[in-house]
Design a protein around this ligand. Structure first.
Ligand code: ADP
Ligand code: MG
Length: 224
């Protein structure tokens, strides 16, 4: 493999009063343009592995992109975007300002930002919602805006941690497919974390199971 992500022997250990190994020598590769679901029960280490890849928490082992080791690259310079369960939108900013936030931080000018925000809102099915308050959005709309915000700076890798878990079952099923189509259309590479096996199958081409901090290859089959 030449282009994409390589995770090699990544271990995450937490200290404190109950020290534990949350991720135990996890290794996998993901080609650029590919997708992967990390599936496992609560507490199996999925979020810890995702955050280690993002560089947000300390880990040992190596994370590299296009064969460049990222150990010395801070999270905001990795070109990775994160989407969490609850979207974590800025409540005091409009939909448009939320989506344009990262671009503004990068110094992208008003006109270009507005164009990109419009393009992303079209893409996530919320055309014309620029001025809406995020506080008046439904849960599903909030997650679409969160996805648009993450995609705005064109991240080379998108990391989604239980992105649909706060939604009700019907919507979750519909959005799982929609989000995958969106990510594919955007030509990005992504890793989605979920405890739901059918959601994993709907949202990514390949699945890895996590259990007690260890990764196990599970193929594409939906089995127990
Ligand atoms: P998952 O996302 O699969 O539910 P996590 O990565 O959140 O799993 O957690 C893996 C293990 O690490 C669990 O035993 C959890 O209690 C522990 N853990 C997670 N975050 C912390 C933390 N900040 N400090 C100490 N232990 C933690
Ligand atoms: Mg988690």
């Amino acid at each position: 493999m030449t282009h994409g992500l390589r995770v090699h022997d990544v271990t995450v250990a937490y200290g404190g009063s109950h020290p534990r190994i949350a991720v135990d020598r996890a290794s996998f590769s993901l080609d650029q343009g590919g997708s992967l679901a990390l599936v496992g029960a609560s507490g199996s280490g999925k979020s810890s592995l995702l955050l280690a890849i993002a560089g947000v928490i300390d880990s040992v082992g190596s994370v590299s992109w296009d064969q460049h080791d990222l150990a010395s690259v801070p999270p905001h310079r990795r070109g990775f975007g994160l989407v969490f369960q609850d979207g974590q939108l800025f409540p005091h900013l409009s939909v448009g300002a939320n989506i344009g936030f990262g671009l503004e931080m990068q110094g992208v000018g008003h006109r270009e930002r507005a164009a990109r925000v419009g393009e992303l809102l079209d893409m996530v099915g919320l055309a014309g919602a620029q001025e809406r308050a995020v506080t008046e959005l439904s849960g599903g709309e909030r997650q679409r805006v969160a996805l648009a915000r993450t995609l705005a700076p064109r991240p080379r890798l998108v990391l989604l941690d239980e992105p649909l878990s706060s939604l009700d079952a019907d919507l979750r099923e519909r959005l799982a497919t929609e989000v995958r189509v969106l990510l594919e259309a955007h030509g990005t590479t992504w890793i989605v974390v979920t405890h739901d096996r059918s959601e994993a199958a709907a949202m990514a081409a390949r699945q890895l199971t996590m259990s007690g901090g260890r990764l196990v290859e599970s193929g594409d089959g939906v089995q127990g």
